[in-house]
Design a binder for this molecule. Structure first.
Ligand SMILES: *Cc1c(COP(=O)(O)O)cnc(C)c1O
Length: 474
């Protein structure tokens, strides 16, 4: 822990210091080590000869797991999806290439279809799956211990009691675990978790589910939005400036997490307060074998080489079509012809409506509403909806979603939501499609206390009441 008085003075803070998780000795350092330290020591990971894990191809989590596998003599089966190849991502991928068995799935949706267990938990080809961000189960204990560690440092006088701790919020395990640890140690410090992922992934429900897993109902944690810029992993000018500020203090920062968290502090420093910046990044560049590209699956090499990327994407699309084609038989023929939805997809939408809407509605009309709604989406968004429906139908359990009773379907969606991260967003998306079809029907409005639209549905009095009298100035 180091104090940085120049930064404190510049930002008008009573004190500014940095908690240096980059100096943690194992695995090139970084806060992820704290989580893996507990997770990988617990069964089934501790007893298995290797692990399966999913992520973007340049994920820091996969790189840290590869380092852990090397240290512990395990094999890492990394299932990767494509991401924009920024310098940071390439560095992680290059490290991963010579230390893991990489399976390239192209997109996250395809990965989920092929191996639902990567999202759901369990095992893939006999290897236990490491949960996303290791922010689950025993992995959450590492950040809790970090909170207790800080309390000890405060008690020893190594650092003043901070009013506020600023750190990045990704899968949320680090921020939430730390807040819980501080609370258990009796420190009143507020944790300011700066979202480095899109808003739906860093929402209140995510915090609640992590707290729940730790057996807590509350913690002094504030999630701050507005600094993710164009998205997770995409650099921003503010983050670059913040990285430069940290580098000027001798701290090797990165723009994906720490840069965005520090940008939040630079944008609104709590004047007169004692602030601790929790530095979560690893120590520095990872050792990379110069021939790493040769170790990549051919599909990744091709796409990294560019040019032929288009064809690779097309082939990927055909692969998805093949997976789905063999799974689309055995549905009732209701004579549905949609603009966007295939017959089996209409059955999934119908099943979603029956599961999530609590009022009687006409399922055929619900399906038609959703189909019409989808015509207004971009081709990319529509492709995601097709993937989502396939995931719901085939990826949530052994049985097809449509063959479950409505209560069992609700349970399946709840289990998906409880996984947090992208699976939780998928669960909400599926729920919303079900709700959309059912509650667009006038017959369901009374149950919602909604009187219907004012214009055009026989409520002329209500419309007249909204009109300004002639001659009234706006
Ligand atoms: C993964 C990572 C985080 C995010 O931690 P979460 O527990 O997923 O919120 C923050 N900083 C760095 C440098 C990371 O690699």
């Amino acid at each position: 822990m180091l104090a940085h008085p120049e930064v404190a003075e510049r930002l008008d803070l009573a004190w500014f210091g940095v908690k240096r998780d980059d100096l943690l000795p194992a695995l090139h350092g970084g806060s992820k080590v704290r989580k893996l330290d507990f997770l990988l020591a617990a069964p089934p990971w501790s007893t298995a000869p290797g692990w399966a894990a999913a992520g973007a191809m340049g994920s820091g989590q996969l790189a840290a797991l590869a380092a852990a596998a090397e240290l512990l003599g395990k094999t890492l089966h990394a299932h990767v999806a494509w991401q924009t190849p920024t310098g940071h991502a390439i560095e992680n991928l290059a490290f991963l290439a010579t230390r893991a068995h990489i399976t390239d799935h192209g997109s996250r949706v395809r990965m989920a279809l092929r191996h639902p267990a990567l999202l759901r938990g369990g095992s893939v080809k006999g290897f236990p799956v490491v949960p996303p961000g290791a922010s689950a189960g025993p992995g959450l204990l590492g950040p809790v211990e970090a909170g207790l560690e800080l309390a000890t440092q405060v008690a020893r006088g190594e650092c003043p009691l901070p009013d506020e701790i600023v750190l990045p919020f990704g899968s949320g395990g680090t921020a939430v675990g730390l807040a819980v640890g501080l609370r258990r140690a009796g420190l009143p410090t507020v944790v300011r978790g700066v979202a480095c992922v899109e808003r739906p992934l860093a929402a209140a429900w995510r915090v609640r589910s992590l707290l729940d897993e730790l057996g807590e109902t509350d913690a002094s944690l504030r999630i701050e939005h507005g600094h993710v810029g164009d998205g997770y992993g995409v650099p921003s000018a503010a983050a670059d400036t913040a990285v430069a500020t940290l580098v000027s203090q001798g701290i090797n920062a990165e723009p994906v997490y720490g840069g965005k968290a520090m940008a939040a502090l630079l944008a609104s420093p709590p004047r007169g307060k004692r602030v601790l910046f929790w530095h979560t990044a690893r120590r520095g560049p990872l050792p990379v074998d110069p021939r790493w590209r040769e170790r990549l699956p051919a599909s990744l090499q091709r796409r990294l080489d560019g040019g032929r990327g288009r064809r690779a994407l097309l082939a990927g699309g055909l692969a998805v079509a093949a997976i789905v084609a063999i799974r689309t038989s055995g549905y009732p023929d209701r004579g549905f012809t949609g603009a966007v939805l295939a017959g089996w997809e209409a059955e999934v939408v119908r099943a979603l409506g029956e599961a999530v809407a609590t009022v009687d509605h006409d399922p055929a009309e619900a399906v038609a509403t959703v189909d019409h709604f989808l015509t207004g989406l971009s081709p990319m968004a529509r492709a995601e909806v097709h993937g989502l429906l396939a995931l719901v139908e085939h990826g949530l359990g052994v049985q097809r979603f449509t063959s479950l009773a409505p209560a069992a379907r609700r349970d399946a969606l709840a289990r998906l939501a409880a996984l947090g991260s992208l699976p939780a967003v998928a669960s909400r998306g599926a729920r919303d499609l079900g709700l959309l079809g059912a509650y667009a029907q006038p017959g369901t409005w009374a149950a919602l206390g909604y009187e219907g639209p004012i214009v055009g549905r026989g409520r002329p009095d209500a419309y007249a009441a909204l009109c300004a009298a002639p001659g009234v100035a706006p």
